[in-house]
Design a protein around this ligand. Structure first.
Ligand code: GAL
Length: 319
């Protein structure tokens, strides 16, 4: 917890589900960059525990704050906060982990800033398809067994997380829509986590190694973990002029983490879709002003149904 309290400033409490998640840490750093002359912004790490997060929230309701910005640990538990906030008249901006619609609608002063996860899966499919030169037959030379079907493995984020479920579905749907035939050899849940993905690759490679033509990851951290496993175990060729010469198959991620962009530049990853954490933080802070000052002049994002702000994704590839 870190802050800079002053007597007259309004207090915003930001509850993060896990400060060790690199994408979320990025969003929280961008919020911190915000000019805080007007507000005291205090951060709390829930350390991936809903119990810890509930306890933090309980203390905050007790003490009283002006606004809660919550990245819930379990999005289906958000109703507890919504009901309490209605009682205590403390507005909430949820972000990144989406509460149920009925929970958001329970109290007017509850909002959600996130993304359209389906968009990211479809964009990932487009990135893959362009990388294969839209060549549905030979897969741009990546059809190892010549069956004109993409054999792929999926690294999935947390079960039940709207982004993991939707990305997993829509990336396949997108590829099929582009005219590709896809066979999912295997899906592993690695909870958005680099180390979990690194470890999972051991089994994946021993079971499916030679058959894999594409590795689709729901986020960059897991794609990075997989790339590192393959690097450490000699699956890549040597680097020439900073670019790897031989790859076992292509790896795509989502988030646009700096490390993923670097791996993409060097050819270890094929590309990533940028999850725009900077705009997410900006939207949260503009919405905070809208909620706290009743001032919509600075709100540059569409507030859909007076509830939702959805931030668009962008492409990043090495081409
Ligand atoms: C996703 C992001 C993941 C992870 C997750 C946490 O939007 O792509 O990397 O940060 O949110 O909820």
């Amino acid at each position: 917890m870190f802050n800079g309290c002053g007597p007259d400033k309004k207090e915003i409490a930001v509850l993060i589900y896990d400060m060790e998640d690199p994408f979320i840490k990025g969003v929280s750093d961008y919020i911190q960059d915000y000019d805080t002359k007007v507000y005291d912004i205090v951060y709390y790490d829930s350390q991936k525990s809903q119990i810890v997060q509930n306890k933090i929230a309980e203390e905050l309701y007790e003490k009283g704050v002006d606004l809660l910005v919550i990245n819930p640990v379990e999005r289906l538990s958000s109703y507890v906060f919504v009901r309490k906030s209605l009682q205590e008249e403390i507005p909430i901006i949820f972000f990144n982990r989406e509460p149920l619609k009925e929970d958001l609608e329970y109290f007017d002063d509850v909002y959600y800033v996130g993304t359209d996860a389906r968009e990211s899966g479809l964009m990932q499919a487009k990135l893959i398809s362009e990388g294969l030169n839209n060549d549905t037959k030979n897969l741009g030379g990546f059809d190892k067994n010549g069956d004109q079907i993409i054999q792929c493995v999926i690294l999935k984020g947390e079960q039940g997380h709207q982004d993991a479920e939707e990305r997993t579905k829509s990336v396949i749907e997108g590829l099929e829509r582009e005219g590709f035939k896809v066979e999912v050899l295997h899906t592993t849940v690695a909870n958005w986590n680099e180390t979990r993905a690194y470890r999972a690759m051991h089994e994946i490679m021993s079971e499916f190694g030679d058959d894999i033509e594409l590795l689709i990851s729901n986020n960059d951290a897991m794609a990075i973990g997989a790339s590192k496993y393959l690097m450490d175990n000699g699956y890549f060729g040597v680097e020439v002029d900073g670019v790897v010469t031989d790859i076992p198959f292509r790896i795509v991620g989502i988030d646009g983490l700096e490390e993923a962009k670097l791996l993409t530049q060097k050819g270890y990853m094929y590309g990533t879709i940028i999850n725009d954490g900077k705009s997410m933080a900006e939207a949260i802070m503009q919405l905070a002003e809208y909620v706290l000052e009743n001032d919509d002049e600075k709100l540059q994002y569409d507030l859909v149904d007076n509830k939702y702000i959805l931030i668009s994704y962008k492409y990043h590839s090495n081409e």
